[in-house]
Write a protein that binds this ligand. Structure first.
Ligand code: PMP
Length: 416
């Protein structure tokens, strides 16, 4: 049980000793990025201190040690998401790059004029814009699966959005705005029955839920290490090997080609190396592997259960506080999307976040990179608190206390 070990767990995160606005830091912005434990920091430092060489380039002992560690990180990633083969793991700079590679490559290779990519209005910009951009010149459209009244993607609505021109569906396993989990397995099954490829944005699920890409049967799955205690600048593009083999990379350069001639005839290396042109974030891959070990040690089932306990504790405490409206009380994730009102009038979410900052509390405010969702919620933005396994019930107490104090007077007072 995480509760019984919270002191030990927090001791692994050096940053939790810092203050913000002269208060102990209460970090509730884990959707944006997570904090890093000592083992991840040490792994990155170890690479620079003792390994140093490039990967897959040298013929000397130190570079062989890097190759060994780098490919070890790939094998660990394969196990972490239960992929069938380690070649199915492509290292990228993160979810955004993974999704861009897929949108461009799939559009170039598989899509024809008039084809349709399905998305939803709750998707992160990184999951919609690449398809809009890649498809524009080729006449490929993005259509949106209607959400239900709570802002969720449902199997019924997915079925209704289907027609013969739909070739790809791309959506988040867990929404970064509302925290609802999509029925991935059911959608995948129906998509495959209709010859549709499924791209899943795992940015908000990877750190919090057990992910088994074979069980889900997704064709592609993308995530970033930094949302899972790992370094920034590294992430993963998982794809079924036959599809990664069939698609082409969008970057070309060193180490992705087996040979090329002066007239431009190019022979690419095998998957995954054909997708990894140029020097990779080696320390990032090693740090990501350390993060996976750390999260696995705590156990994602435990993480998920604990996050829900924190969220329910918050909801219980906030029940009688009339000025706070929570939009996603029933979402089974540690994401709390809310707004604060004063006598029925919305306090601008950024002002609430700035007020919370004065108490040492970090939350996100705004549109959370899902600009289209505002239409569903009917508000120009929200505040978002998102917990992780190192947060505590005492921190929730502080958060609730601060929210009780939030009003036009207190929130705007900080600017004068
Ligand atoms: N998709 C979702 C659902 C996200 O929450 C995020 C990060 N906020 C991204 C994609 C983009 O991730 P990154 O910035 O690490 O590329």
């Amino acid at each position: 049980d995480i509760k019984d070990h919270i002191g030990e767990i927090r001791a692994e995160f050096p940053i939790l000793k810092r203050t913000m606005s002269d208060h102990p830091l209460v970090y509730l912005d884990n959707c944006a990025t997570t904090l890093k434990p000592r083992s991840v920091i040490d792994t990155v430092v170890h690479y620079y201190t003792y390994l140093g060489a490039n990967a897959h380039r040298g013929d000397y002992e130190m570079s062989a040690q890097v190759d060994f560690a780098y490919e070890g990180a790939r094998k660990l990633t394969k196990d972490f998401i239960h992929a069938a083969k380690k070649e199915e793991i492509v290292f990228t700079s993160g979810t955004t790059e993974s999704l861009n590679i897929l949108a461009m490559s799939i559009t170039n290779t598989w899509l024809q004029e008039g084809d349709v990519v399905l998305s939803t209005v709750a998707e992160h910009a990184s999951s919609v814009l690449p398809w809009l951009e890649a498809g524009e010149s080729k006449g490929i459209k993005v259509e949106y699966i209607p959400l239900d009244e709570k802002g969720r993607i449902t199997v019924e609505n997915f079925k209704k959005a289907l027609h013969p021109k739909v070739k790809v569906v791309c959506f988040a396993q867990v929404s970064n705005v509302l925290g609802y989990e999509a029925p991935v397995k059911e959608i995948v099954k129906i998509a495959h029955e209709n010859g549709i490829k499924v791209v899943v944005d795992g940015a908000q699920s990877i750190a919090h839920l057990p992910v088994d890409v074979q069980d889900l049967d997704v064709d592609f799955f993308c995530f970033s290490a930094h949302k899972m205690c790992g370094p920034t600048g590294i992430g993963v593009l998982y794809g079924k090997l036959e599809y990664l083999d069939a698609l082409s990379p969008i970057y070309f350069g060193g180490e992705s080609n087996a040979r090329f001639s002066k007239c431009g005839k190019l022979k690419l290396k095998k998957t995954p190396f054909k997708y990894e042109s140029g020097t990779q974030p080696i320390e990032g891959a090693l740090g990501m592997a350390a993060a996976m070990k750390f999260v696995d040690k705590i156990g994602k089932e435990n993480v998920h259960r604990y996050e829900l306990e924190l969220k329910h504790y918050f909801l219980e405490k906030i029940k009688d506080v009339d000025n706070v409206k929570v939009y996603n009380a029933d979402a089974k994730s540690g994401i709390i999307t809310f707004n604060v009102y004063d006598k029925g009038e919305l306090i601008f979410p950024q002002d609430v976040a700035s007020f919370l900052n004065t108490k040492g509390i970090a939350v996100r405010s705004g549109e959370h990179c899902a600009k289209l969702l505002g239409e569903v919620l009917g508000v120009p933005g929200t505040c978002r608190a998102s917990v992780y396994f190192y947060n505590t019930f005492e921190e929730i107490d502080k958060f609730v206390l601060a929210l009780k104090e939030a009003s036009f007077e207190t929130c705007l007072d900080i600017f004068f």
